[in-house]
Design a protein around this ligand. Sequence first.
Ligand SMILES: Cc1cc2nc3c(=O)[nH]c(=O)nc-3n(C[C@H](O)[C@H](O)[C@H](O)COP(=O)(O)OP(=O)(O)OC[C@H]3O[C@@H](n4cnc5c(N)ncnc54)[C@H](O)[C@@H]3O)c2cc1C
Length: 216
Amino acid sequence: MFLLYAWDEDDQLAGFIVEPGDPGVRVAPVDGIGFRTCGMSSITLDGVRLPISRLVSHGRTDHAQRYLNGRRLTLTCAVCGMTRALLHHCQARLRVAVRFGRPVLDFPNVAGTVGRMRIAVEASTAMLHRVLAAAGRGDTHPSYDLMISAGKHFITQQALYVIDQALRILGGHGYYGDPYYGMFLLDLISFMCAAGTQDLLEITIGSLSAVSQEFA
Ligand SMILES: Cc1cc2nc3c(=O)[nH]c(=O)nc-3n(C[C@H](O)[C@H](O)[C@H](O)COP(=O)(O)OP(=O)(O)OC[C@H]3O[C@@H](n4cnc5c(N)ncnc54)[C@H](O)[C@@H]3O)c2cc1C
């Protein structure tokens, strides 16, 4: 089932449950470049009529914002875990790749790069734990939480940094030796736009931070 929001004639946002089998609903697969298993699709509505029982919210944007606010945090957990897994995967390869008679991990430039990757992963984890703790205490803003958004932004940027660093020290293996890194990149790119584009999060966080004590 789908939760769809539509503006009504009074400029209010109405949230509806729509089933794929409802008359007039067409669902077609969308070819994203990553996250193919999440089943991205486009929905076309043609003269669809729904009973009032399908209306789950009506009013301002609050219902949608509340839903997206929480989902932003869930997605961020995935990015953080994916990035730590990437680090482990990369380290395992660097331990067994031997160049000039030594594991490449013994070269100081490679060890230093792994160090920077580790720092980024730990910084991401620390930020995520802080936001999760606040959410657990009920201390996050229900409709738009600045720290949830900052966490999504920061942890996505760290993930981009970590894959960039990994590809510098993996050599050709990162490109044609193991499809893991390419899949990571393709999946990760989706977080640049999903759950609020990085660009728009910066603007919203900046505006909220500057104007409201509530978000200080
Ligand atoms: C894997 C994935 C899953 C998704 N899942 C969902 C989902 O479940 N539900 C859902 O509704 N959507 C979903 N999305 C869509 C996603 O939320 C949108 O891509 C995102 O909100 C950006 O909207 P847009 O693509 O129309 O970009 P645009 O609105 O075209 O924005 C592109 C860029 O234009 C600029 N821009 C746009 N508007 C403004 C503005 N007002 N002020 C300043 N700059 C602006 C910004 O730089 C922005 O980054 C998903 C996307 C992905 C990739």
